[in-house]
Design a protein around this ligand. Sequence first.
Ligand code: KIV
Length: 274
Amino acid sequence: MKNTTASFVEMKRTGERISMLTAYDYSTARLIDESNINGILVGDSLGMVCLGYENTLSVTMEDMIHHTRAVARGVKNALVVSDMPFMSYTNIDDAVKNAGRLIKEGFAGAVKLEGGAKVKNQVRAIVDAQIPVMGHIGLTPQSINVFGGFKVQGKSEEAARSIIEDAKLLQEAGAFAIVLECIPSDLAKIISNELYIPTIGIGAGPGCDGQILVYQDMISMFSSFKPKFVKEYANVGSIMRESFMSYDKEVKNGVFPGEKHCFKIEESIINKLY
Ligand code: KIV
């Protein structure tokens, strides 16, 4: 079944949970799409897990378009959502223009941007331009320099109320879903109950309408940092490392390539070449 922004809202209405993962390339997107995952986010986390930056702030529109196109080519059924990079939506004109590029050049089905009250006008303008928007509140990694690190948000009454308010404003502005990142589970449950659009949690507990993880995190391919909310579903990182080490050994001791990896030529022809 093809997933759409409308099917996400319908899943919320019927109480069916939504699964999402990130992806940044064609072959991973294909594998995820074949696994019945409802949505794929081409997150600006690509800056950290693919490009090796310390945070997401250096990711450009060109990076996002390049990776979103690759993902979109691998996807048949999942909804492809593309992240708007840092500083690409500081005003309404830039927001609409850059969201449009992610759809027209990246072939995304929707865009995601970070923030609540401060970006509500941008969200409304993008939605008015017929581009579906996913919101993202709580720990918003593009604000890392303001937060002073990757820290759980919404723990005080004031902070919790402000996140609830942000969620309502995003819904009012026309967002079709909202990512809740790193907030207390009970707060995420209250927000999810108050909205008719789905919440997609990451470090926000089981009370959200759906969940998302960075795929390298849940299969242990990214070893620089492992957040508490990540569950390890497989240790692909060690399988890869072991495979690379075996390959290295076999190349160096002449075991690889073996007979079955080689192409043949008729002996009469080869003899003429000597
Ligand atoms: O960039 C990203 O991968 C994200 C998810 C963590 C939600 O925004």
